[in-house]
Write a new protein. Structure first.
Length: 236
């Protein structure tokens, strides 16, 4: 969407909506078209935010040599790029003290596993945690993941610089670029729990886990007392 493009008002577009469903009331259609206008505005706002993100000035240059342990040995941050100019790193909650990885992180990563071939058409993608690589690989196999690449940050150097200065067990989503021979930090999620609105579960925007986007389309919504688990048992 061009920044200076003249857009038709969302309410006008909504009124052009030809969709009607069996036995719906006039009240339903009026409320649904009002909601449709809001959805159109939301779509436009998402695009404006994405464009503003793309226009960020160059971030801080990465001058330190970060080393990770992968399934095939040691790799540097630069090597994680492969042949791509952009690298996405998701730091997930699985410290050595944890018996199992974080269920919320696991839900998100599970939604990405089969999309890795699509994602890697455009950018490089790496999953990083503080546990030893053997634990990360075992957990990956237990989930049946075959596409995600997991890496250990054994000394915590990267984690302290780009996730938590205190080396806390928290998640992070970080994007790096490689341009003209220099690696720079491009963008990180910076919406923290302290920024949540009253009564709102802490989360960034947009939600990276499609689970929540799907639940938001239902009358029950995402709720306030349900979270994904690692295992639902035999009862489903």
């Amino acid at each position: 969407m061009h920044a200076n493009a003249k857009l038709t008002p969302a309410t006008e577009l909504a009124q052009r909506n030809p969709v009607r469903f069996p036995n719906e009331s006039a009240e339903y259609r009026q409320a649904r078209n009002a909601l449709l206008a809001e959805e159109i505005d939301l779509r436009r706002h998402i695009e404006r935010v994405a464009e503003q993100r793309r226009q960020l000035p160059p971030g801080g240059e990465v001058t330190k040599r970060y080393t990770f342990e992968g399934e095939n040995g040691l790799v540097t941050l630069a090597e994680l790029f492969g042949d791509k100019d952009t690298l996405v790193i998701y730091s997930y909650m699985f410290r050595p003290q944890r018996e199992e990885p974080c269920p919320m992180c696991t839900s998100l990563m599970g939604s990405w596993d089969h999309k890795v071939p699509d994602i890697e058409q455009r950018v490089a993608l790496a999953m990083v945690a503080r546990s030893p690589i053997d634990r990360l690989v075992a957990a990956k196999k237990a989930r049946g993941w075959t596409k995600l690449k997991v890496y250990s940050d054994p000394d915590g150097d990267f984690t302290r610089d780009y996730v938590s200065p205190e080396d806390a067990d928290v998640p992070a989503y970080t994007v790096f670029t490689r341009r003209d021979g220099k690696i720079r930090h491009f963008w990180s999620g910076e919406i923290y729990a302290t920024m949540s609105d009253p009564g709102q579960d802490p989360r960034g925007a947009p939600d990276l886990d499609p689970l929540w986007t799907l639940l938001d389309t239902t009358p029950e919504g995402r709720g306030t007392d349900w979270y994904p688990k690692l295992d639902y048992g035999t009862g489903g």
